[in-house]
Design a binder for this molecule. Sequence first.
Ligand code: TXA
Ligand code: MG
Length: 430
Amino acid sequence: MGALQSKPRPPSLKRPMMPTPAKVMSCTDADIRLQSEPNPNGEATYLITPGSTTSEAINLACHQLTEVKVPIVIPTETVYGLAASALDGNAVSLIFSIKGRPADNPLIVHVSSRNMLESILPSSYTMSGPYQKLINEFWPGPLTLLFPVDSTKIPSIVTAGQSTVAVRMPSHPVARAIISLSGTPLAAPSANSSGKPSPTKMEHVWHDLGETGKVSLILDGGPCDVGVESTVVDGLQVDGKIRILRPGGVTVEDIERVVGDDLAEGEKAPQVLVHRRDYEDKVIEEQPTTPGMKYLHYSPSVPVILLLTPAVAPLPPATASLSLREVLSDALSPPQMQKKRPRLGIMLHSDSPFDPQVRALVEDVEFIDFSLGPLDSPSTTAQRIFDGLLTLEREGVEMILVEGIAEEREGLAVMNRLRKAASEVKWVNV
Ligand code: TXA
Ligand code: MG
């Protein structure tokens, strides 16, 4: 045999360039300490354990944000965020392209102090009493407030040209330290491809945006504590009412309590209204500014069926409730479920009325369970809900059945997400 000669490949056979997967760096909260307590303006100085991976990760994150000017993934207490400087329109445009996010869906700006908040608002702006109460009580934390925008400070790509800008101060030490040390407010949507459930673990981000190299850096802060996104509140309307545009990590009950506290003599507590529960607004429903209204949201790539009992939510008029056996046989009738031993993901509470009967009703189905915690702990359900959808999807199930909960406290945010994730809602009599 003659010597092998390397011939140039014809162009059509050239392998496409493989994307470089993201670098993942883990951060430990214990490595982040406040060197000084926040002053009255909420400024604090952070001391990160020198030489720790956390310090290396946070330094690289700040470098990527302020020098390279590209989005990176950071943990927050709600969900992981895809963050870029909110003052840099080019960097923010990369967020939209990485996520495949429609340009008319505005982003939340994350600040680390009240000084930073003031620095981005119109200089003439004076904060209302209810906003001051909400900020004192819930910041840092999962509460987003709408403010009037100063478009000379915040590029219009962040707000999608709206007259308001949504702002929150996250409580996660990694997020806070990065915003503070980089000295820049960060625009950050959830770190998922548009339309998918929000990521609450580094692994969720890795499978969606990391291994394909859509992002270059992911900071791993472990599982997110809250598990659903922040509550989005509009308290700017002239009628003085507080409107909840998206229920989230801060409950409506807590917001009502706080704005109703410490009223001056003769002062009335502002009314708190939840969009779609307490009011409809045709104008904003045509716009994408009410989260999850215009665009598909929170949907895994497999069908999700939401199971409700009349005990959890009132049966809508002219709706029949079915037995669990009927629900299961309907669920198993589509062609993809006809294959031998289909895999069915089930997300139930540990004290669910459906358990254990559900398993006894059908044969030749492989059940993959994901527990949502006890029915009377909606904060646990909230923490687990996106993880469950993403974990079961990853397990390769053909379909997911998920149990709803009462729309109280964090249950309101959970049901808001589940109604959007579900391709069908079934009422079950137990
Ligand atoms: O917890 C959270 O809020 C997470 C973490 C990363 O902070 N972020 C998050 O961002 O959930 P995103 O982009 O996935 O959802 C923000 C929602 C959007 O659906 C958008 O419609 C709404 O907030 N929003 C942003 N700016 C707004 C504005 N000016 N008026 C009304 N809604 C706004
Ligand atoms: Mg999102």
